[in-house]
Each structure stands twice: as C-alpha cells, then as structure tokens.
Design a protein around this ligand. Sequence first.
Ligand SMILES: Nc1ncnc2c1ncn2[C@@H]1O[C@H](COP(=O)(O)OP(=O)(O)O)[C@@H](O)[C@H]1O
Ligand SMILES: [Mg+2]
Length: 316
Amino acid sequence: MTTPQDVTQALQRTVLVANQKGGVGKTSVVTAVAGLAARPERRVLVVDADPQGNATSSDLGVEGDRGRSLVTALQYGDAPQVITDVRPGLDLVAGGPYLAQVGAITATASQTGTDVLANLRRALGEVCSQGGYTLVLIDSGPGDAPLLDALLGTVRYMIVPTRDDDASLSGVELLAGRYLRARQQGALVTLLGVVLFDSNPRATARNREVLADVDALLEGSGAAAFGTMIRSDRASAMDLRNAHVTPAELVEVIGAQNRDRLAWLSGGKHRRLDTGDTEGTRLWSRDPSALATDYQELTREVLSRIAAVERSGSPA
Ligand SMILES: Nc1ncnc2c1ncn2[C@@H]1O[C@H](COP(=O)(O)OP(=O)(O)O)[C@@H](O)[C@H]1O
Ligand SMILES: [Mg+2]
C-alpha cells in the first residue's frame, strides 16, 4: 500500500455506524450485522471506536486492550491490534476508555504535527488490506467530535440508526452537519441508509413520518431508509448484552432451552431442566426469532446496497 489510491481501495468496504445521540442502536446494529455477515470464507471486521467499548465487552464479550492500540493508530498511524475470530470469520479491533485520549491528541495536533485523519486512513487501510474483509463495520461513540470527523474522512459508507424520539433526531441533525461538511472537504463517505431502531413495525404512519424527517435532515445525501426496521424487543436486547451473544446465537440458545423444556414436560424427567442460563446468565427472551430476522434482513440490505454502489455508483 503505497499510494493514496491504494489506501482508498483498501477502505472501500468500510461502514461507519453513527448518530451523535447515544442509545439509538449503533452498537447493536454493528455487532448483529457483523455476526450475521461473517463466515469463515467471508471475513468481517468490527472496529470499536467508542470509549464505552460496548461492542467489545458487552455484545461480543471480549476483553481486548480497551482501545489502546486504536489510539496508537490515531496518534502514529501504526496498524491497530486485530483480535481474530471472536466468532467464526469475525475479527475485532477493541474499543474502550483509552479512546477518550483522542480529544487531547487532536487538541495538540498542530503543535505535535499529528494528522489524526491521515493516521487513521493509513492504519485502517493496512488492517483492511491484510484481512481482505468483505465488510468492515465501525461503531462510534455519541459525543467525540474529533474522532467522528476522522472516521467520516476515512470510511466509504455510513449507516444511521435512530429511534423515533426528538432526542435521537437531534443526534441525526448534529451528525448530518458533520457528514455534509466532511463531504465538502472531499471525504468519500456515502450515506448507505437510515434504520429505525426499537420501532413498532405496526406504527406505519408514524414510522414513515420519522423517516421523512430524517431524510430532510440528511438532505442531498440521496439514500433512502432501509426497508427493514429493528423492532422493539427489550427482553431479547437484555439477553444479547448480558449473555454476550449475537441475535443468531440467542435464537439457538433459546431454541435449545425450549427443546429441553419440552422434553422435560413430555416425561423426560430424568433430564435436568436447564432454566435459562448461558454461563450462569438468566435469560428473559421467549422468542428472539423475529428480532433476529430483522437483523438478517438488514444485513442482506446492507450487503446488496454496497454491491449496488460498486456496480452503478448509487445505493438504490
Ligand atoms: N430491539 C431492541 N428493542 C429495545 N431495546 C433495545 C433493542 N436492542 C437493543 N436495545 C437496547 O437499547 C439500548 C441502546 O442500544 P445500543 O445499541 O447500545 O445503542 P448505542 O450504541 O447507539 O448507544 C441498549 O440498552 C440496548 O439493550
Ligand atoms: Mg454504543
């Protein structure tokens, strides 16, 4: 990787998941879609660029270096440490509290000569060309503006999850400003789509209204909302985080439990009834399959929109 074109080429499957409001589903979307897209022969990378490190520790259940090597990447352009196969075909660059240093690094950048954006492009480009990833999903924190700007200048695509409340929409508005500015400054980032999170699939009029608002905020971006919404399912959401499983894994675990319960009810009483624990975690979900299907559909849409851009230059 010697020329800037090589770096851009290496970064062509990078997708930033962003919204400047917290709690809108950024981390959930990143880990669920990554888990579903990853296969041993179709490798996927998650980059956890959030100081909270929820994708790393809560959703994927990995300890990691708490964002240390990612900060070093931003500071010096060295490739960050990649934790391989946290799931089959799924690699991770860990996030965590070290990322809180990015603000200080950018504040002194003019004195130190540090170019955070150039460093990030080089470091991530290196990781992407080494790993040959089909998809690279980048989780971002709610607040950190300098880090967000560096990410917007690095990635090829952006996905914006939002809830339907005003606070989430003002998070979209803040992000829209930064996104449009990054593009004016020559960033290649393209909005792949907006996804409604924690939504009621039956509230069609309300959902349409919210998506129209978001579209207006991201004016000129040209990407429609995803057809898929992530439905509200608090019980499953709790299990995903507490048991550190992806939606597809949760479906399997709950399915196995239900089979155990059935066997027990139908007279197999010698079997121990395993009342809902994955490594000691009590599970609340009864049926996570509808939620898992939402994520499956979203994953399909994400991959097909990227393919459409690569074919014809537009996500539609
Ligand atoms: N399908 C869902 N329905 C309701 N709540 C959910 C769902 N999925 C996740 N949550 C919860 O929503 C909260 C925010 O999700 P998260 O992905 O962490 O958002 P962000 O990364 O934007 O802060 C978490 O507490 C999570 O458990
Ligand atoms: Mg998050």
